[in-house]
Design a protein around this ligand. Structure first.
Ligand code: SF4
Ligand code: SF4
Length: 281
């Protein structure tokens, strides 16, 4: 146990999170019962002290993006449908959400996360999974934690229960966005929407407009300040012919824009139908 204790200290985890249990080979059928009993005790121990961070991606069509913050009817409907059973809501509505119940709260994911100990990370994955089980719907869905995941996959590699943690984090973020609960100005969410609109408009990314959109995210004055702060970089890019100011008035386009839009509209339609069926189901 001393080596395990050292590892727990390194990961900033309490010793109650590991139990050394022995069972005779003739009593092998008792193992599931022992695991479940210990899992229940871990729930009582609560979240680990460690704090971590993440980022999330989601499919953003214009309709879902403009709905954010304006139309909370989707949220009201699902909140009513799953009243007092947030875990079930996550299992049925979130991609890979049915894995959450498999978490045994060991805290390895949180301790392994490279963005751990960043102040912006409110709830590391293990804590979020605990909160889901505890029914903390509002706190989870309005949290910015899932949006901070960098998709490094460290947690997935190390999870002893093989939970697809990264996918669950992104799934929760996408779901919070879909029902209008995600923090509106969360930088990753904002950038994801901006990038999606930018590249799907003409089929090619207009980097100048994308940068301008980010600079002016917090208003005109802050946008001008951001622009002035980056003017040396911008001039360097212009000189190196990596930035063309004329991109502001049009820019590169994909040859078959109509084809791209038709393809995207079909994808939106399939995705909306699938998600609407899930909501109604
Ligand atoms: S998700 Fe995996 S690594 Fe993280 S606390 Fe749960 S069981 Fe442990
Ligand atoms: S993939 Fe896992 S370990 Fe990596 S940043 Fe996201 S939550 Fe943290």
């Amino acid at each position: 146990m001393s080596k395990i204790d050292d590892t727990l200290k390194t990961l900033n985890l309490e010793s109650e999170r590991v139990r050394d249990l022995e069972v005779a080979i003739t009593d092998i059928e008792r193992v599931p019962e022992m695991i479940n009993k210990y899992a229940a005790e871990l729930v009582a121990v609560g979240p680990a002290r460690s704090k971590a961070s993440s980022h999330a991606s989601a499919i953003f069509d214009d309709a879902s993006f403009s709905r954010q913050g304006n139309d909370m009817s989707a949220n009201t409907a699902v909140a009513e449908k799953y009243r007092n059973n947030f875990l079930k809501e996550i299992e049925e509505q979130v991609e890979m959400g049915d894995w959450v119940k498999m978490c045994m709260q060991c805290g390895v994911c949180s301790g392994s996360c490279p963005t751990n100990f960043q102040s912006a990370w409110e709830h590391p994955p293990q804590e979020l999974f605990m909160m889901i089980r505890a029914g903390k719907r509002e706190e989870v869905l309005t949290s910015s934690s899932m949006w901070n995941c960098t998709s490094c996959y460290n947690c997935i590699v190390r999870c002893p229960r093989k939970l697809p943690i990264t996918h669950i984090m992104h799934g929760i973020a996408e779901y919070a966005h879909r029902i209008g609960m995600a923090p509106k100005m969360q930088p990753t969410r904002f950038f994801s929407g901006l990038f999606w609109k930018n590249c799907t408009h003409t089929g090619r990314t207009n980097e100048l407009k994308l940068s301008m959109g980010l600079y002016f995210k917090d208003g005109l004055v802050q946008g001008i300040k951001n622009g002035l702060a980056m003017q040396a970089v911008a001039l360097g890019l212009v000189k190196a012919k990596r930035l063309n100011v004329m991109e502001l008035f049009g820019g590169h386009k994909c040859k078959d824009q109509k084809g791209i839009h038709a393809m995207l509209n079909k994808a939106y339609e399939i995705e909306r139908t699938r998600k609407a069926a899930k909501m109604a189901g």
